[in-house]
Design a protein around this ligand. Structure first.
Ligand SMILES: *[C@@H]1O[C@H](CO)[C@@H](O)[C@H](O)[C@H]1NC(C)=O
Length: 283
């Protein structure tokens, strides 16, 4: 069968895009981080990917000049992906995967529910079946608990997070934080919708992805926030929501490796232009 461009377009528009290939600059960043083994600028450390695993995972600032904060352990370990089902339940996409063996830490609201509702964009909270959200940052009041507040480093609630998983690049938003309901402060978690895009439909409230090879890139700055109008918050499914933040995600990702976290134009280019101008004047 030959698929006409029109049908292909319709397929795309209906949410057919689930993930995209990893652009070369992101691939390079992924390999650089992995090869380095662990980060040198630990913004906060002492977190775990699994309850019984090492408490050596950190939020890393090594690539703040690329505009991103990421999570890394030691020995090349990145983060894993537990499944978060917090937020609104039900809806047409609810296939029960968040209710079977739902994690005991289930909460009926996500961390930025008030911001979501404040958008007046037609939803009261995120829905883990629909919205690809990343759980990032740690809060807790237990004695000695490790916490990390990404906003102190310029990452805004509900800003775009790029996730490199299983040879794909998917976009989500920073939609929830890790609490202190468990025994240890954890990292590496995403909504069911995002986990499904990464690892398929075997993902559920009771089954996450345990390999520590996932790179979460949380972008700093107001530019990374789609806001009320910049995303389709009432999207019927993951595909429609993800597509609505694709353009923003692509733009943020393009800045990686170009020093664009600080300025769009590298200083060497400016200096070069000035020198060229001087040459002209001399001639
Ligand atoms: C959001 O996505 C749905 C499909 O899931 C579509 O029907 C709707 O028109 C979209 N809204 C906007 C504002 O793009």
């Amino acid at each position: 069968m030959k698929i006409s461009p029109l049908i292909a377009l319709a397929l795309l528009a209906s949410g057919g895009i689930v993930a995209r290939e990893i652009p070369q600059n992101v691939r390079d960043l992924y390999n650089t981080i992995k090869d380095k083994g662990s980060c040198s600028d630990e913004l906060a450390t002492g977190f775990r990917a699994t309850d019984n695993g090492p408490d050596t995972f950190s939020y890393c600032g090594d690539h703040l000049s690329d505009g991103v904060i990421y999570i890394q352990g030691r020995g090349g370990a990145l983060a894993d992906m537990d499944v978060d089902c917090d937020g609104v339940q039900g809806g047409p996409q609810d296939d029960g995967r968040c209710s079977v063996g739902r994690s005991p830490d289930y909460q009926d609201t996500t961390a930025f529910q008030d911001v979501v509702a404040g958008y007046n964009a037609g939803i009261q909270d995120l829905n883990a079946y629909v919205h690809p959200y990343v759980v990032f940052g740690n809060t807790g009041s237990k004695p000695g608990w490790r916490d990390f507040d990404p906003t102190k480093h310029g990452v805004q609630p509900l800003s775009v997070v790029a996730v490199v998983c299983s040879d794909k690049l998917v976009y989500g938003v920073w939609g929830d934080t890790n609490g202190d309901d468990g025994n240890h402060p954890m990292v590496g978690e995403a909504s069911l919708a995002l986990a499904t895009a990464c690892e398929g439909t075997s993902m559920s409230g009771s089954n996450g992805y345990s390999q520590t090879d996932i790179l979460y890139l949380a972008f700093k700055g107001d530019d990374a926030v789609p806001g009320a109008k910049g995303a389709n918050w009432t999207a019927a499914d993951y595909g429609a929501f993800e597509a609505s933040i694709e353009e923003l995600g692509d733009r943020l990702v393009e800045g990686i490796g170009s020093g664009a976290g600080a300025a769009r134009v590298p200083w060497t280019a400016v200096l070069g232009a000035v020198l060229m101008g001087m040459v002209w004047v001399v001639i």
